[in-house]
Ligand binder design. Structure first.
Ligand SMILES: Cc1cc2nc3c(=O)[nH]c(=O)nc-3n(C[C@H](O)[C@H](O)[C@H](O)COP(=O)(O)OP(=O)(O)OC[C@H]3O[C@@H](n4cnc5c(N)ncnc54)[C@H](O)[C@@H]3O)c2cc1C
Length: 206
C-alpha cells in the first residue's frame, strides 16, 4: 500500500493545469491524519483511543465542526492564475502569500485567452454569475478582439519598459487577464473552508 509520504512525494511539484496557461502545484505538506488525530486526542484524552479509530475520530470532528485539529496540518501550493481570479482568491485572509512582483520583475508574458466557444452569458438568477454560452461565431469575434487588446496592451507595456519607465508604473495598464504566480500556504481547516465556498454551485465559474 502507498504510504502518505510516497503520495505526497508523487504529487510534489506536479503541475495540475488550470485554464489555458495556469496551474496549481503542491509544494509542501506539514502534518497528516496523524497530526489531526493527535491534536484531537489532547482535547478528548486517552479515552478516545479505545472507542474510536483514527478514521472514525476524524469523521466525528468533521461532523461536529470541531475544527481546530484540522489547523494542525498545512499545505503549501504554487499557483499560476490570471489576476482577475487572483483578486478573488486573495480575499481568503487565513493563507500566507508571496506573489510574483511586477515591481521587481517584468510581468509574466501570458494572458488568459478565452476560446470562441467559452464566452458565458450573464445569469438572470445570480447577479454575480453566468449561465449558458454565447454562440461560437459571436465568440470567435470576441476572442479575436480579446487577442488584439491583450497584444496591444503588452506592446505598450514593453515600449514603456524600453523607454526606461519604472516597472511599477509601466504595468498599470496591463489587463486583469495577465497571469500571476504565488506561493499560497494554508492550514487544512481553512483550505476546506476555501473549497467549500469556491466549489459551491452558486459560486461564480471563474
Ligand atoms: C460566491 C462568492 C461571492 C463573493 N462576492 C463578493 C463580493 O461581491 N464582494 C466582495 O467584496 N467579496 C465577495 N466575496 C468574498 C467574500 O466576501 C469573502 O471575503 C471571501 O470568500 C473570503 O471568505 P472568508 O472571510 O470566510 O475566508 P478567510 O478570509 O480565509 O477567513 C476564514 C474565516 O476566518 C474568520 N476571519 C478571518 N478574518 C477575520 C476577521 N478579520 N474578523 C473576523 N473573522 C475573521 C472568519 O470566520 C472567516 O470565515 C465573495 C465570495 C464568494 C465565495
Amino acid at each position: 500500500m502507498t504510504t502518505f509520504a510516497e503520495t505526497v512525494e508523487s504529487l510534489r511539484w506536479k503541475k495540475f493545469p488550470v485554464l489555458d496557461d495556469g496551474f496549481v502545484c503542491l509544494v509542501d505538506v506539514m502534518g497528516s491524519d496523524a497530526a489531526v488525530v493527535q491534536a484531537a486526542r489532547v482535547s478528548y484524552g486517552e479515552g478516545t483511543k479505545r472507542v474510536s479509530d483514527d478514521r472514525t475520530l476524524i469523521r466525528y470532528l468533521m461532523r461536529h465542526r470541531h475544527t481546530t485539529p484540522f489547523e494542525m496540518a498545512e499545505l503549501k501550493f504554487l499557483v499560476r492564475v490570471p489576476m482577475d481570479i487572483w483578486r478573488q482568491w486573495i480575499r481568503h485572509r487565513t493563507a500566507s502569500v508571496n506573489e510574483y512582483s511586477t515591481r521587481y520583475s517584468v510581468a509574466i508574458d501570458a494572458a488568459h485567452r478565452t476560446a470562441a466557444d467559452q464566452w458565458r452569458r450573464q445569469s438572470n438568477g445570480n447577479r454575480q454569475g453566468s449561465q449558458g454560452l454565447l454562440p461560437a461565431d459571436l465568440g470567435a469575434e470576441l476572442s479575436a478582439e480579446e487577442r488584439e487588446l491583450q497584444d496591444r496592451a503588452r506592446e505598450i507595456y514593453q515600449r514603456r519598459l524600453s523607454l526606461g519607465v519604472a516597472r511599477e508604473q509601466a504595468r498599470k495598464d496591463l489587463p486583469l487577464s495577465t497571469y500571476t504566480e504565488a506561493y499560497w500556504k494554508i492550514d487544512l481547516h481553512n483550505l476546506l473552508h476555501f473549497l467549500e465556498l469556491r466549489l459551491d454551485s452558486s459560486a461564480q465559474w471563474e
